[in-house]
Design a protein around this ligand. Structure first.
Ligand SMILES: [Mn+2]
Length: 327
């Protein structure tokens, strides 16, 4: 089935249901929140007679500049609702368990398709943000659908956060054209940046600490372990700390960078990033996955941290050997 056929099927389902509940993944990032709220606003504006909700557990206060989510509703409502899950690769990461009661489930995502948990699975790996999939969906049916300033603002937030302010691979003319369409809806881009760039002073102090203390491997992996003790010392939530991974993103010769964040005693969430060399297969060996250049995993002790770092180092060694022109 081509993209247009899937989009048409999704639109048919949206038209068929009176109640539509949009849900997302745990620990939502800007793209996840932005695509959920953007889709909600587009559907509300387009179908004022329908009940359209974005239901999720409380999100980080960082996104308070976006509209709030909706209060949850009873299971009975789910039983007659269309549920759309955005930005979520696998069932385990869905943050709202009530979707199991829904008669129809649609997955809209841009991560590597590890699990087709929906009745319709619309996965666009060519899109660097789910918000762009929503923007493109609107564009495809713009004769039927309406977009609002609030929708465009939320989607734009998703696009800028998931593309690293248009810096990551996969951003080309088509993406910038979709983004231009959002900007034409008349929100203040500078205002959004003013929220996105602001960090707590403790963030900056930890950033300085990381820059002084990060470790490196012989072939070019930079990594840093954030223990619970460190989180406490800098009064930071694990999510805020893990967002600092970009601190290590431009160290000459170090094309893979990794954060290990201890979220339970001895259990570390792993964030992997890279230039050039794909790291998602490495992540998959440690209960994770993701994109070629941005992936996540989990390790359960220091020995596994060592092993993962050694494997990343070997990956970099092999890559540099095969691509001497890059270095
Ligand atoms: Mn995303």
């Amino acid at each position: 089935m081509n993209h247009l056929e899937i989009k048409q099927q999704i639109l048919n389902k949206i038209e068929e249901y009176q109640t539509i509940i949009i849900i997302r993944h745990v620990r939502p990032d800007g793209d996840c929140v932005g695509s959920a709220l953007g889709l909600r606003e587009i559907l509300r504006a387009s179908y004022p007679e329908k009940r359209i909700l974005s239901v999720a557990r409380p999100r980080s206060a960082f996104f308070d500049f976006l509209d709030p989510d909706d209060a949850d509703v009873g299971v009975e409502t789910y039983r007659e609702a269309l549920v759309i899950v955005v930005d979520t690769a696998n069932r385990d990461r869905i943050d709202n368990d009530n979707y199991v009661h829904a008669p129809f489930l649609i997955k809209i995502d841009h991560h590597i398709p590890v699990e087709d948990y929906g009745h319709i699975n619309y996965v666009r790996e060519d899109m660097p943000a789910t918000a762009l999939i929503i923007a493109d969906f609107y564009k495809t049916f713009k004769d039927k659908l309406k977009i609002t300033t609030a929708a465009a603002r939320a989607l734009f937030t998703g696009v800028v956060t998931d593309t690293g302010r248009f810096k990551y691979p996969g951003v080309g003319a088509a993406i910038l054209n979709l983004t231009a369409m959002l900007l034409e809806c008349g929100f203040d881009m500078t205002e959004i940046y003013s929220y996105l760039y602001v960090k707590d002073k403790d963030d900056y102090k930890l950033q300085g600490y990381i820059l002084r203390k990060f470790k490196t491997t012989p072939h070019g992996v930079a990594y840093f372990i954030i223990t619970r003790r460190l989180l406490k010392k800098f009064a930071l939530a694990p999510d805020a700390a893990s967002a600092l991974i970009n601190v290590l993103d431009s160290i000459k010769g170090h094309i893979v960078w990794i954060f290990f964040i201890e979220n339970k005693e001895g259990v570390f969430r792993v964030r992997l990033r890279s230039r050039h060399v794909p790291i998602n297969e490495l992540a998959a060996r440690y209960e994770g996955g993701g994109h070629a250049q941005a992936a996540g995993a989990t390790v359960y002790n220091r020995r596994q941290i060592k092993k993962l770092v050694a494997e990343a180092d070997e990956l970099v060694r092999a890559y540099k050997e095969e691509h001497p022109e890059v270095f």
